[in-house]
Design a protein around this ligand. Structure first.
Ligand SMILES: NC(=O)c1ccc[n+]([C@@H]2O[C@H](COP(=O)([O-])OP(=O)(O)OC[C@H]3O[C@@H](n4cnc5c(N)ncnc54)[C@H](OP(=O)(O)O)[C@@H]3O)[C@@H](O)[C@H]2O)c1
Length: 319
């Protein structure tokens, strides 16, 4: 963990949070805590503790300015549970550790804390932890570059004759910068009609659950392409797919919200596929095809040469 930047511990007055604060302090890391009860926090964590008083279920209490300087967040907030029968002043049943007492929720519901609360917390911290900029999955951005192993995947696999390549041009991109060029010749001969490039499976799946979608920066040729995202390591499997239109010979930013991805297998919608899981992104594919889905055709499709330059695939943007 980097030593500059503050680590925020949410739920620092709980059993786990308190231990987390102690461990971070022991490492000499700067800590800020998010607590509901200031008095309880100062008593437990020391009078000088750097704190934000807030309740994650109440968005208005989480003012983004309070989170300035925070680079990492440890969430130890939890739905409060306790024994159904309640504790007595002299006997804290949960601390006895001998008998199991039937628990019940004592405060806000799991939906309010774990879903709405965590969403509010992410929204409040994302500016300071850098989520606002998205994460680079592939491509060139400022001084960053991330490469992925792309390979051509054309209709040759089913007897067609289309062909494509993907190459990096160090100077052919926006403002003379580097770019990746996906180009080729597509043909409908032998019942073919598609070309694509697909990455190898990522060695570690990308967890993009804090984001809304993928953003592409590209220069196309007025044709419609498809972005396909896979969440399985299997080769021949459902691809979560969205089509997008390109403007001819002009750099543009295309946003593909995760909510717009449809589960497609061999150009057909899979109605019983599991919902798209943004926490487990395993591979990406960019396709130019005659086919849309479920028998529909791509209205912009023409046989012959095509070309799209891509500068980046970026993970999401703020909501
Ligand atoms: N305890 C364990 O042995 C253990 C082991 C493994 C994993 N875990 C997991 O670790 C997490 C924390 O457990 P825990 O035992 O530390 O729970 P806990 O002692 O009940 O602490 C919960 C913390 O969350 C805070 N909180 C609750 N609702 C909040 C809200 N709306 N806004 C801000 N803060 C809120 C509480 O603040 P207040 O002080 O104001 O109530 C408290 O600080 C849970 O997900 C649990 O499943 C626990």
């Amino acid at each position: 963990m980097e030593t500059s930047g503050i680590v925020l511990v949410a739920g620092a007055t709980g059993g786990v949070g308190r231990r987390g604060v102690a461990a971070l302090r022991k490492k000499g890391l700067p800590v800020r805590v998010l607590v509901r009860n200031e008095e309880k926090a100062r008593k437990m964590l020391g009078p000088d503790v750097d704190l934000i008083v807030g309740d994650i279920t109440k968005e208005s209490t989480l003012v983004p300015d309070y989170f300035k300087g925070v680079r990492r967040v440890i969430n130890a907030v939890s739905v409060i549970v306790g024994p159904k029968e309640g504790d007595t002043p002299d006997r804290q049943k949960y601390s006895q550790g001998i008998k199991f007492f039937e628990p019940e929720i004592k405060g806000d519901s799991p939906e309010k804390v774990e879903y709405i609360g965590i969403r509010n917390l992410i929204k409040a911290v994302k500016g300071s932890v850098g989520l606002q900029n998205g994460k680079l999955l592939f491509g060139f951005e400022d001084n960053n570059y991330r490469e992925l192993a792309w390979g051509a995947l054309d209709d040759v696999v089913m007897g067609g004759v289309s062909e494509s390549t993907f190459q990096i041009d160090p100077n052919g991109g926006e403002n003379g910068g580097p770019t990746g060029i996906f180009k080729g010749v597509v043909s409908t001969a032998n019942n073919g009609g598609f070309t694509s490039i697909r990455t190898k499976n990522l060695s570690t799946a990308e967890d993009l659950s804090a984001y809304d979608g993928l953003e592409l920066r590209l220069k196309g040729d007025s044709r419609r392409y498809k972005l396909i995202v896979r969440t399985s390591r299997d080769w021949d499997t459902v691809g979560y797919t969205a089509g997008f239109d390109t403007v001819g010979d002009q750099w543009q930013t295309v946003r593909v919200p995760f909510s717009s991805l449809k589960p497609i297998f061999r150009a057909r919608t899979v109605s019983d596929a599991p919902p798209f899981d943004p926490s487990n992104i395993v591979s990406l594919q960019l396709m130019f095809s005659k086919f849309e889905y479920d028998g529909k055709l791509n209205p912009t499709f023409v046989e012959g040469a095509f070309k799209v330059r891509t500068r980046r695939f970026c993970r999401s943007y703020p909501t």
